[in-house]
Design a protein around this ligand. Structure first.
Ligand code: GLA
Length: 383
């Protein structure tokens, strides 16, 4: 991929770029908990976004996206959301840097990668992080990884309109080979947890669908959680987020007031508890116990949080009673994308064959299967 970026860049801009990469992520457990100040357990994967970049002497910003075979140009005095989507993940970062008082000069940039788009593996966060890292490097801004992750998240809020939590950008920046990151989204303290999955492989099944309600429903879920918090805060003024809430508080304060809000909040409170248990399972190397929790998470995401879809449910149901599968669930925001599965090493090939056929029969769609390895976070690829 690095060679490809260099070749395309040289053809478009007739010079040699510096190349940066930032990975996509999976999440073992802790879905829709990040914006509720809860815990998440993501890991960076061996699929990344790559950015080739050079500084210009004027203030022009020339972008080219390999995936779309499309160019976009503007200048640093006119950074605003574009009518087409892909430049916004780049311009949003420039905008945040400018708002924080950094001077960004003109640059040429090529972006490409091998993270499937819309698959729930955070290709957009990877673009934002790769761009933040690249601009920080070439304009010598001296920003920490945490600062860059936070401004990449803000870029997503402002230029993509998705009020996401910090999980995706944090995982992309802070990924560590063969480790998951247990992140406390309230304090931003984190701990690496070795992914001890002896005998099992992590396999993603991509539904290859992304339903259009994904981002509007995402923002709605966030609001519903905030509503739950404000109902509880009437009786418990110290409560600021669902992190401070117990099941008993939910029962006493929300259950009788709004059953929909209750369901949403219940899922989040339970998911935080599950995550702490999952970290213990991982430390003990108990893959079956971890997998069981993944199935429970899917159940909650489908019935209580209602962010799953027919295609995801089909894939999780298909493997549910299969002895060779320890656990499976949808991953990411939902309404399409991938399921994550823990499958016995020697059973992967046969299962991929069977499930692909069954999925096609059921939906008339083609399934993609990826074996993922866990890799390091954002980095510079050449100099
Ligand atoms: C998306 C968001 C994340 C997180 C997940 C759900 O990936 O970008 O911040 O909320 O959904 O866990």
């Amino acid at each position: 991929m690095v060679e490809k970026i260099i070749a395309v860049f040289t053809e478009k801009f007739a010079e040699q770029p510096i190349v940066f990469r930032s990975p996509g992520r999976i999440n073992i457990l802790g879905e829709h908990t990040d914006y509720n100040e809860g815990f998440v357990l993501p890991a960076a994967i061996d699929k990344s976004i790559y950015v080739g970049i050079t500084k210009r002497t004027d203030n022009l910003v020339n972008l080219y996206a390999g995936d779309f075979n499309e160019s976009f140009s503007t200048d640093t005095d006119h950074i605003k959301p574009a009518a087409i989507q892909w430049p916004n993940y780049i311009l949003g970062v420039v905008d945040q840097l400018q708002k924080q008082g950094h001077t960004i000069g003109g640059f040429n940039l090529v972006v490409d990668g091998d993270i499937p788009i819309g698959a729930g593996l955070s290709s957009s966060a990877a673009v934002e992080c790769a761009v933040a890292f690249a601009l920080n490097d070439i304009f010598e801004l001296g920003l920490s990884r945490l600062k860059m992750a936070l401004l990449a998240q803000k870029a997503e809020h402002v230029f993509a309109g998705v009020h996401c939590g910090i999980m995706d950008q944090f995982a992309s920046m802070f990924g560590k080979k063969d480790n998951a990151i247990k992140l406390d989204c309230r304090s931003l303290e984190y701990e690496y947890v070795p992914l001890q999955l002896t005998g099992y492989k992590i396999i993603l099944f991509n539904t290859n669908v992304k339903h259009s309600l994904a981002s509007s429903e995402y923002n709605t879920r966030r609001k519903q959680c905030e509503e739950g918090v404000s109902i509880i805060a009437q009786n418990h003024p110290a409560v600021n987020s669902l992190r401070d809430v117990s099941m008993a508080m939910l029962q006493d304060n929300v259950a009788g007031v709004d059953s929909l809000i209750f369901k949403r909040c219940k899922y989040v409170v339970q998911e935080n508890q599950r995550l702490l248990g999952a970290c213990d399972d991982l430390k003990k190397g108990d893959v079956r116990a971890l997998g069981k929790k993944m199935f429970e998470t899917h159940h909650g995401l489908k019935h209580d949080y209602e962010v799953s879809c027919r295609e995801l449910d089909f894939l999780v149901n298909y493997v549910k009673n299969n002895e060779t599968v320890a656990g499976a669930r949808m991953v990411g925001g939902g309404f399409g994308g991938c399921t994550i599965n823990l499958i016995k090493e020697d059973a992967v090939e046969k299962l991929v064959e069977q499930i692909s056929e069954a999925y096609h029969k059921e939906t008339n769609l083609t399934l993609s299967a990826y074996t993922v390895s866990i890799e390091n976070g954002t980095s510079k690829c050449n100099s």
